[in-house]
Design a protein around this ligand. Structure first.
Ligand SMILES: [Zn+2]
Length: 235
């Protein structure tokens, strides 16, 4: 048998190595959505602000970005335990270096993610466990962990579950919008522009103008106060 020259053997070995190396890289580029991207969807930064129980500001490449905690919903500030939820988040996370695992962005373009505290635990889960947040079923329908944590907090009557009938924040917000609209109607039907002295009825494009700060229940009151009807809405 003819002997293979050692130089040819070496060349073969090198090209084999190169082939394996390049094909493994090619595989990575072919599936960028598989593993590589997950790492870049996580960032670490200091918590520099707490807006409420489920919204914090985290430093990312030199600037603070808003992060909404994924899969949970804290009671609003006007609800029982709303302030407590905010304090809980403050105490757990403010000034800490946290890891943000981005899940998605919301309709305001804010990051929605899971926040991992320096002790390795999830702030999202901690909040639900302590009874300061609900499992946000609508946005994390398949999250069995959050579901179980909420059930546990309910059973222990921890935090907001001390109340017999706590109102889910998403229902409360809906009610609050209705209450605000009603309040506006009761407090004043006509809006008067304090500069132009014209007054408008609801539906007019000038109704909520910058200087339309005077409100009146009745038309006569408005005229008695020295306002003239607007020509657009003819109140
Ligand atoms: Zn008008």
């Amino acid at each position: 048998m003819r002997k293979v020259p050692p130089r040819l053997l070496l060349l073969f070995a090198i090209s084999l190595l190169l082939f394996v190396f390049s094909s493994s890289h090619a595989a990575d580029f072919q599936t960028p959505w598989a593993k590589k991207v997950v790492a870049s969807d996580t960032f670490t930064g200091k918590v520099v602000g707490v807006s409420d129980g489920e919204t914090i500001s985290v430093m990312r490449v030199g600037r603070a970005v808003k992060v909404r905690l994924h899969g949970i919903d804290c009671p609003e500030k006007g609800q029982p335990f709303g302030k407590r939820a905010e304090r809980f988040t403050s105490e757990m996370a403010f000034g800490m270096e946290v890891e943000v695992q981005i899940k998605t962005t919301d309709r305001y373009g804010r990051i929605v993610g899971e926040v991992i505290l320096p002790d390795g635990l999830s702030l999202n889960k901690d909040l639900v466990h302590a009874g300061f947040a609900w499992w946000y079923r609508k946005y994390a329908p398949n999250d069995r962990t959050l579901k179980a944590l909420e059930a546990g907090a309910r059973a222990k009557k921890g935090g907001l579950w001390a109340d017999k009938n706590p109102i889910p924040p998403w229902e409360w917000r809906r009610g609050e919008r209705g209450r605000q609209a009603k309040k506006k109607q009761v407090s004043g039907f006509y809006h008067g522009n304090i500069k132009s002295r014209l007054f408008h009825k609801p539906g007019c494009r000038y109704y909520d103008c910058k200087d339309c700060t005077a409100t009146f229940k009745r038309r006569e009151e408005t005229i008695k106060a020295g306002y003239r009807p607007c020509k657009v809405c003819n109140p």
